[in-house]
Design a protein around this ligand. Structure first.
Ligand SMILES: [Zn+2]
Length: 464
């Protein structure tokens, strides 16, 4: 395995970690307050889809002793144990929806939203949901969605937001979750559009403002960040951390750094004289190279921040793109490595813009490696790794072992490279455009490349 694949993997992991650390404080408050509000307070935000507090236990006159035992536990505040008995009842009485509904209420009360959501989905298969259960399902979808988006699976969070919006198109909490997920995915443009629209319609959605401020800061847009901060301050003057935003925006306005019409390079702390200018020149070359090889360039400005290694987790080996490019100083001062790293991270920036964040992870990493200059080597481990054929169904690779993750990166490059040599970059751009337009990945893949990902992947593996 090449050293790069490891660096890239760490870069991706670092990206998720870093994303968390950057947005973490603001977002933690956001998520915490959203969940709190969903549980405790009356519906003020989303008139079309009211939020209630905790749901009542359903009744079941024919439930018998088991039901009575479970409700007795529930009455004693032993929600988890009650949930287990209701789950047992659900398996014994598969045609009675009140068991899984009660299980969901109990598990939700015990704080296990994920299991509660699974129970309510089972309930849905048995019978149409009662209004109470419909409300519970929505609340659980949002709770699980915010948890996922904040824990490295923003795609999963967005799927749940979309599921809620399908039933309640004006649901402000679901709109918030969708924007938040986009921000966590690094698709700042989609996040800002969605959240901007949300606060125009529901200006009381306090949690949206910090995300909007953070998105603008990431783009290096102090004016926009200041605008959102002013709106937050006038509406919610008691918000904690307002002065912290003030300072961040001020230091961005002071504008140390090197700028061109399409790139802005800034140093977070003390920085060797002239380094920002050097990185800007290297990034300009990288921009030209990526745009040339891909056949299209980004249209929005990309920010590059040179950051102090001490402020980063030690696992970091390379740079990261999470709406802006972040490069450790040490790497930025290494002329041997920074060119390929900039091509790699700029590729992520381009691809995110082209597809409005809808690019699958395997192709995002495959193209970034290819555009950075890597070419696939032989991968003997791939031959028997049939799971690689289902790589597109994985929205994150953090659950893979480190060997598997390395293989996933190398495999992404192999498949990407095969597609480019068979079909060329024009077809690749057409595929990206279809994704940007909302086509499903399998449909777009079949229509542009004339086959499924799975069949192509299996064929390449046979060759290995
Ligand atoms: Zn990458």
């Amino acid at each position: 395995m090449t050293g790069f694949a490891r660096a890239c993997q760490e870069s991706y992991r670092g990206g998720v970690r870093n994303l968390k650390s950057l947005l973490f404080l603001a977002i933690l408050v956001v998520v915490g307050s959203v969940l709190y509000r969903m549980r405790r307070s009356p519906p003020t935000l989303a008139p079309a889809a009211p939020v209630t507090g905790s749901e009542a236990m359903p009744s079941n006159p024919t439930g018998g002793d088991l039901w009575d035992s479970a409700t007795a536990l529930w009455g004693q505040g032993r929600a988890r144990q009650a949930g287990e008995l209701f789950a047992l009842g659900a398996t014994l009485h598969p045609a009675d929806a009140s068991w899984p509904q009660a299980e969901a209420v109990a598990l939700s009360s015990a704080g296990d939203s994920k299991a509660a959501l699974q129970a309510i989905e089972r309930c849905r298969k048995v019978a149409p949901l009662a209004p109470e259960a419909v409300r519970l399902r929505r609340r659980l979808q949002l709770e699980v969605g915010f948890e996922k988006a904040g824990a490295g699976d923003p795609w999963g969070g967005r799927q749940l937001a979309d599921a809620v919006l399908l039933d309640h198109p004006d649901d402000s909490m679901a709109l918030l979750l969708r924007g938040y997920s986009w921000a966590m995915e690094g698709d700042l443009a989609s996040a800002e559009t969605a959240l901007g629209r949300l606060v125009d319609t529901y200006p009381g959605t306090e949690e949206a403002y910090p995300i909007l401020i953070q998105c603008a800061l990431r783009r290096g847009d102090a004016t926009e960040a200041g605008k959102w901060l002013a709106r937050l301050r006038s509406r919610f003057p008691g918000t904690t951390g307002l002065d912290l935003w003030d300072r961040q925006i001020a230091s961005l306005r002071e504008g140390r750094g090197a700028f061109s019409s399409r790139l802005r390079v800034t140093c977070d702390g003390p920085c060797p004289e002239g380094l920002e200018r050097e990185v800007l020149e290297e990034a300009e070359r990288a921009w030209t190279s990526v745009g040339h090889d891909l056949g299209r360039s980004a249209t929005s400005t990309v920010s590059i921040r040179l950051v102090d290694a001490a402020s980063m987790p030690t696992e970091w080996a390379a740079a990261v793109y999470d709406g802006q490019i972040r490069i450790p100083l040490k790497l930025a001062t290494d002329p041997q490595r920074r060119g390929s790293v900039l091509r790699h991270e700029l590729s992520h920036a381009f691809l995110s813009q082209f597809t409005r964040g809808r690019i699958p992870l395997w192709l995002n990493e495959g193209l970034a490696q290819w555009l950075e200059g890597s070419r696939p080597g032989s991968l003997p481990d791939a031959r028997d790794a049939a799971w690689l054929d289902a790589l597109p169904s994985r929205r994150q690779w953090m659950d893979l072992s480190s060997d598997e993750a390395e293989l996933a990166y190398a495999w992404s490059l192999a498949v990407t490279s095969e597609l480019l040599s068979l079909h060329g970059s024009i077809a690749m751009l057409r595929y990206l455009d279809l994704l940007a337009g909302g086509s499903s990945e399998p449909d777009a893949f079949a229509s542009v490349f004339g086959r499924t990902y799975q069949s192509l992947s299996a064929r390449i593996r046979e060759r290995m």
